[in-house]
Every structure is written in structure tokens, then in C-alpha cells.
Design a protein around this ligand. Structure first.
Ligand code: UDP
Length: 342
């Protein structure tokens, strides 16, 4: 691992140095852009497994350093965390398809990586924010999902729930460090975040639908299309994350970060088609065909955002329609058209 590592790190150690693990990923790259805009010095640690160096190309700046390496490299993580004032831990194996395809890597990266990052943050007294997921609620049907509600996971023989379990473990570890070592940690559970640089190849619905609509190809709705989700634009999501990282009342707490407009996936397909003026037919695809195995899908996923609102007064600014056009603009950009391996 160390041999493959590429270092471009500045020597200076200013007061606002922020480490973002997974910073070359979809949400991570938007977070880095926001932190840079605010004048922070940002160091990214990313192994480029699902993240892309090009995600950072548009925001490349003197204050951005990139370290290619893994959160499983405990020595490297310790060194980078020790040199930072704050760490945002976003590095993880994400996406339903990746979890089904690479179940061992998902668990190892999420569990061991989070252990390394939070352990280092606790040792060096560095404030941490852990990116968790709405997937943690599992198959609970107590809607909307409230942060302190019980989580209800499925059978261990179903790989889908291993992701939820790995994220829940990270949350427990964060709370444990807060109690045992006084770690200043904040946890966010992301609910279906969408926007530019998200990739459909890992199973995410909006980039898939937009790409299909732009090509006038069939829009593939998995299952009966009645299942619902709430979509939050990544710009709103990183706003919430940065504000939570600075709000003293957020310390030691977990927050849902999501929108509350509930949309059925079948309706999302129709909305994408009409917003983009596409001639695509909308087709249904059984889960077994879509994922190569039958999976338990969640019939509804809706966040309770009362805690988030009470703590930082957050309300989303970007509509779903605007998010669709934002994703379409990205999908039509030359960078995406040239990209291989989609
Ligand atoms: N989905 C779909 N077509 C696609 C990709 C996903 O109908 O091309 C469905 C998927 O089965 C799920 C919803 O869209 O019901 C959201 O999927 P995604 O993977 O984006 O997020 P999830 O909420 O499942 O984590």
C-alpha cells in the first residue's frame, strides 16, 4: 500500500486544515468544494475505488491536497488525522449493486476503515463527522424515520443488510469513543442524495433514469415502481454537513440529512421523462433481473427532519426538478460522454 501511495502534501499546518476521507467521491467532492470556498485547507484521502480523481479536477486549488491511499492503511490514517483540525469520514463502499457484488470488501472497508479513522481522531483529539446512511433504519416501517427509533435489519443471509450493519457499527463506535475518550463526533445519515458526479453504474436511480431519458432508451423501473424515496440535492446535503460540523449542539448526536418530498419511483421515471422532454418508454424490471438476485427493497423511505431543523434551521433549497436538470447537464457534459466503463 505505501509504495502505491502518492503524496502531494503541503508542509504547513494552518489552523483550518480539514481531512476528507472519500473526498474524490460523489458527496465528498462537493464537500471539498464547499470547504475550499470557505477558505479551509483540504486534504483528501481516497483510494479511487469508486471515487475519481476527475471529480476534484474542477475544484483543484492551491489549498487542496490529494493523497491516494486507503482508510485501511492505519499508519497513513493516523498521520493524516494527527495533522488535521477536523476530519470528515466519508470513505466507504457504497451502492446496493457494489454491496451485492463485493460483500467482503464492503464490510472490511466500512468497519475497519471507520475504526482506523475514529480511533485516530480520538487519539489526537480531532473533531470528527461520520457519514452514515438511511440504510441503517433497515426495513423498519415506523415512518418517518426518527433518529432514535429502533433499527430493524433483515436476515444475515441477505447481503443487503451487511451495509446497514457496517454503518450502524460505525455509529456505535462513534458513540463509544465519545463516551470513552471524549471524542467530539457528529453523525449524519444521508437519505438518497442526488446531483452531479453521482454514477448510475453503482445502482443509483437518478443518474440511471436521466441517462436513459437523454438517450431515449427505456427507463427501467425496478419492481412495481410504488416504492418511494425522498431525494436531496448534494448542494443542500453538504450545507447541512458543514453547518452540523460547526454547531456545538450537534456534538455527540446523529442527524437525518434528507428531503421530505416523497416520490414513488414510477412517478420519478415519469417526471424525469417529462422534465427532459424524452420519448423514452417506461418499463418495469423484476428485481431478480436488475440485481442478479432477489433483494428486499424498501417500500418507503422518509426522514424525520425535525432534529436537523431544530439544530441548524435547515430546509432544502433545490427542488427535485432542478436536481434532475442538474444531473442532466452533467450527463451531457463532454467529460461524461468521453468517460469509459459506465
Ligand atoms: N431503481 C430503479 N431503477 C434503477 C435503479 C434503481 O427502479 O435503474 C430503484 C431501486 O430498486 C430502489 C430505488 O430506485 O427502489 C432507489 O434506488 P437507489 O439504488 O438509488 O437507492 P436506495 O434507496 O435503494 O438505496
Amino acid at each position: 500500500m505505501p509504495a502505491a501511495r502518492r503524496r502531494e502534501m503541503p508542509e504547513a499546518r494552518p489552523s483550518s486544515r480539514v481531512l476528507v476521507t472519500g473526498g474524490a467521491g460523489f458527496i465528498g467532492s462537493h464537500l471539498c468544494a464547499r470547504l475550499l470556498e470557505r477558505g479551509d485547507e483540504v486534504v483528501v484521502l481516497d483510494d479511487l475505488s469508486t471515487g475519481k480523481r476527475e471529480n476534484l479536477a474542477e475544484i483543484d486549488a492551491a489549498n487542496l491536497s490529494f493523497v491516494e491511499g486507503s482508510v485501511l492503511d492505519t499508519e497513513l490514517v493516523d498521520e493524516l488525522v494527527a495533522a488535521s483540525d477536523r476530519v470528515f469520514h466519508l470513505a466507504a463502499a457504497v451502492g446496493v449493486r457494489l454491496i451485492l457484488d463485493e460483500p467482503v470488501r464492503t464490510l472490511e472497508t466500512n468497519v475497519e476503515g471507520t475504526r482506523a479513522v475514529l480511533g485516530a481522531a480520538a487519539r489526537h483529539g480531532v473533531r470528527a463527522l461520520f457519514a452514515s446512511s438511511s440504510e441503517v433504519y433497515g426495513r423498519s416501517d415506523e415512518l418517518p424515520f426518527q433518529e432514535d427509533a429502533a433499527v430493524v435489519l433483515g436476515a444475515t443471509s441477505e447481503p443487503r443488510w451487511s451495509y446497514a450493519c457496517s454503518k450502524a457499527f460505525g455509529e456505535w463506535l462513534a458513540f463509544a469513543h465519545a463516551r470513552a475518550d471524549g471524542l467530539d463526533v457528529r453523525i449524519v445519515r444521508f437519505f438518497n442524495i442526488v446531483g452531479q458526479r453521482q454514477r448510475g453504474r453503482y445502482g443509483m436511480v437518478l443518474p440511471n433514469f436521466v441517462r436513459q431519458a437523454l438517450a431515449d432508451e427505456p427507463i427501467t423501473v425496478f419492481g412495481d415502481g410504488q416504492q418511494t424515496r425522498c431525494f436531496l440535492h448534494v448542494g443542500d446535503a453538504v450545507d447541512a454537513v458543514v453547518r452540523l460540523s460547526e454547531e456545538p449542539r450537534a456534538r455527540g448526536r446523529v442527524f437525518n440529512v434528507g428531503a421530505t418530498r416523497e416520490v414513488a419511483i414510477g412517478d420519478l421515471a415519469a417526471l424525469v421523462r417529462s422534465e427532459l422532454g424524452s420519448a423514452s418508454p417506461i418499463v418495469r424490471m423484476p428485481y431478480r433481473e436488475a440485481y442478479g438476485m432477489s433483494i428486499t427493497d424498501l417500500p418507503r423511505r422518509v426522514p424525520d427532519v425535525a432534529r436537523l431543523h431544530a439544530c441548524i434551521g435547515f430546509t432544502p433549497r433545490v427542488s427535485l426538478e432542478a436536481a434532475i436538470h442538474d444531473v442532466a447537464e452533467y450527463e451531457q457534459s463532454p467529460r461524461v460522454t468521453r468517460r469509459s466503463g459506465r
